[in-house]
Design a protein around this ligand. Structure first.
Ligand SMILES: Cc1ncc(COP(=O)(O)O)c(C=O)c1O
Length: 330
């Protein structure tokens, strides 16, 4: 059987034997009654890790983002974000549907929304929110420089708007930059973390923020059908990931750099686990025919994403196969 190298996404990761054992041994209770001890412990640890008063377990990062918006905004207000931000592009219009927000996207370099662009947004104000994504998915897993992040958050505050950090891959930013996640979280009101990507969990996300906001977010989680029962099984996987699978993200980053280097990609822009590949007619299909699966980064660009299911051998093979497939004229 031919080896398939699956670089479509870091969500393809499967639980490791150690994670499965932790899930099997999880102490559980009714999460909707707030009686699941493993969920409660996960929430405590994540709040502490991010320097926030409280944290809430959610099944997905999409739901974490959506309840964060609903908990902090008023219908008719502006949500401003970089134009390819996940909440604007991949959440099915959720901010408009669930929170009645007017969604505004700004074209920016490397996913970074400059403070001046926030200052220039005419209707951003009380009841509105600015969403910053770190790492930035559609920019190719780019890391938000801390000073720019702080300035953007300050510009939002200046307009009495809230700041939400979609940190679905904040651990990637943290490991790559050698900074704790809390240094970005400090500047945001609320923070989403996702555990089903590079951290390798089957599902699970966290929203952290002020206790009062998290209480409102709990109502949103209920409303959307996200209050679970014996969710400790997922929370055990997430705690396991916190203890065993954060530092290893550095391996994914090193492999992404090696891949970018090997295929003549932009190594400097390969800051975490995404490698951007220029798209061309039929390129994805030609790659697939050679056994390399890639995903879509943004219009005109494909992505190869490293994750715990991809080792050095697969990367070396991809270094040979990708240029070969791309060199074939369409
Ligand atoms: C930046 C970002 N935010 C949020 C999400 C949503 O995650 P989930 O699939 O857990 O809803 C994703 C998923 O790819 C993402 O890349």
């Amino acid at each position: 059987m031919r080896l398939v190298i699956d670089l479509r996404s870091d969500t393809l990761t499967k639980p490791t034997p150690g994670m499965l054992a932790a899930m099997a041994e999880a102490e559980v209770g009714d999460e909707q009654y707030r009686e699941d001890p493993t969920v409660n412990e996960l929430q405590r640890r994540c709040a502490e890790l991010l320097g926030k008063e409280a944290a809430l377990f959610l099944p997905t990062a999409t739901m974490a983002n959506q309840v964060a918006l609903r908990a902090q905004t008023r219908p008719g207000s502006v949500l401003l974000a970089e134009e390819r931000t996940h909440v604007l592009v991949y959440e099915m219009g959720g901010p408009a549907i669930h929170s009645g927000l007017v969604m505004r996207g700004a074209a920016c370099e490397a996913g970074v929304l400059p403070a001046e662009r926030i200052e220039a947004e005419p209707e951003l104000g009380p009841g509105g929110i600015v969403v910053l994504e770190n790492t930035h998915r559609s920019a190719g897993g780019r890391i938000w420089p801390l000073d720019g992040f702080a300035a953007a958050a300050a510009a939002a505050r200046e307009r009495d708007a809230r700041v939400h950090l979609d940190g679905a891959r904040l651990f990637n930013a943290s490991v790559a930059a050698g900074l704790p996640p809390a240094v970005w979280a400090e500047h945001a009101d609320t923070v989403t973390l996702c555990f089903s990507k590079g951290l390798g969990c089957p599902f699970g996300a966290i929203l952290a923020g002020p206790a009062e906001t998290i209480e409102r977010a709990w109502e949103g989680k209920f409303l959307l059908g996200g209050a679970l029962r014996q969710a400790g099984i997922a929370a055990a996987a997430m705690l396991y990931a916190l203890d065993h699978q954060v530092e290893r993200l550095a391996d994914d980053h090193a492999r992404a750099r090696r891949l970018a280097e090997g295929i003549g990609g932009d190594v400097a822009a390969t800051e975490t686990n995404f490698v951007a590949i220029p798209d061309a007619p039929g390129a994805r299909e030609r790659l697939r025919d050679r056994g390399v699966l890639v995903g879509v980064l943004r219009p005109g660009w494909l992505r190869a994403v490293t994750h715990l299911g991809v080792g050095d051998e697969e990367i070396e093979r991809a270094v040979e196969l990708i240029p070969e497939a791309l060199a074939v004229p369409a």
